[in-house]
Design a protein around this ligand. Structure first.
Ligand SMILES: NC(=O)c1ccc[n+]([C@@H]2O[C@H](COP(=O)([O-])OP(=O)(O)OC[C@H]3O[C@@H](n4cnc5c(N)ncnc54)[C@H](OP(=O)(O)O)[C@@H]3O)[C@@H](O)[C@H]2O)c1
Length: 289
């Protein structure tokens, strides 16, 4: 067992839920932080050290960080993202943590969430702590939302132009990269790793859905106003709609079409394909109505 204690925040969500088996396989000494230890245990496993702490409560973080060497910092989209993760950075410094590995994102788009990540990266640099930033592109698991229509029909709808490409990243590749960087205590300081899958247009995504699910699936493009009405009706909060409208605009200009080989170069396996993701999660897209 590696004795360095690693505090992990965000091990129950889209990418984080894939981390515990990867970290356990490396024999690392992990303390998982969660807002709800009972619920988290089902995801994280029976033998893991799990403590309750919240990014909204700095004192709880300082207590949970006691004796930790490294912090893996990940939390979901929220208008409070910057304030919450600032609490974690300040608590890490106060508790004597040496190193932060932060799940960030593509920080180059001037929309609320990327701007929060960019500001947080700046705060971590300014803290003087050793650090590495993971910057995955659009998660394939966003398709649970974007392609939610497939459970009721043979089409899915968005305002992203049908011919622009987005290099969607499998959440399991994100967890693979995180596990390597967390485990290797040298060689990653000061780095910011942009990670992607293969770039695909939504027409190509529809074609892959068709092949894997064995149904003829279409992508329907609507204008942004129609899309806003649609997602407002589905209960998406206004701050998230504002964020996504901006991201759709950047996507339309090709901002998310780049591809990198971070998975190949750092993790050492090919980036997972969308075919694999849909095949492995086919139940989520099966027709229920
Ligand atoms: N979606 C994308 O396409 C995309 C692309 C690039 C980067 N990102 C970034 O990736 C991150 C999201 O990753 P994800 O999808 O794995 O997250 P997620 O599924 O939204 O999960 C959120 C995690 O954050 C933890 N969390 C939330 N609020 C917390 C709080 N107050 N205190 C402690 N923990 C808290 C939750 O833990 P508990 O519930 O157990 O407390 C959970 O494990 C975001 O920062 C996002 O900007 C997303």
């Amino acid at each position: 067992m590696d004795e360095r204690l690693i505090a992990v925040i965000g091990a129950t969500g889209a990418t984080g839920k894939h981390l515990p088996p990867r970290l356990a396989a490396r024999g690392l000494n992990i303390r998982y932080l969660t807002r709800d230890a009972g619920a988290a245990r089902a995801t994280i496993g029976p033998d893991a050290e799990i403590v309750e702490a919240s990014l909204d409560d700095r004192a709880s973080l300082e207590r949970a960080f006691a004796d930790a060497h490294t912090l893996y910092l990940n939390s979901g989209h929220s208008p409070a993202l910057e304030a919450q993760q600032t609490n974690a950075i300040e608590a890490a410094k106060a508790a004597g943590i040496e190193r932060i590995v932060k799940l960030s994102g593509n920080i180059d788009s001037p929309a609320p969430i990327p701007e929060a990540h960019k500001a947080l990266e700046g705060k971590i640099r300014a803290s003087g702590l050793r650090h590495t930033f993971l910057r995955p592109n659009f998660f394939m698991s966003n398709l649970y939302y974007v392609a939610a229509g497939l459970t009721q029909s043979d089409s899915f709808t968005s305002a992203i132009p049908r011919d622009v490409k987005i290099s969607m990243t499998d959440p399991r590749d994100v967890a693979d990269l995180a596990a390597v960087v967390i485990a290797e205590d040298s060689g990653h300081d000061g780095e910011g790793y942009y990670q992607t899958g293969k770039a695909l247009s939504l027409d190509e995504v529809a074609s892959i859905f068709s092949d894997v699910l064995g149904r003829a699936i279409r992508y329907e493009q609507v204008d942004v106003e129609t899309w806003e009405e649609m997602v407002t009706g589905r209960g998406l909060p206004p701050w998230l709609i504002e964020h996504q409208v901006k991201m759709i605009g950047f996507a339309a200009n090709g901002a998310y079409a780049y591809e990198t080989n971070a998975t190949e170069d750092i993790v050492g396996h090919p980036k997972r394909t969308l075919e694999e993701f849909i095949r492995d999660h086919a139940d989520a897209f099966a027709k229920t109505g």
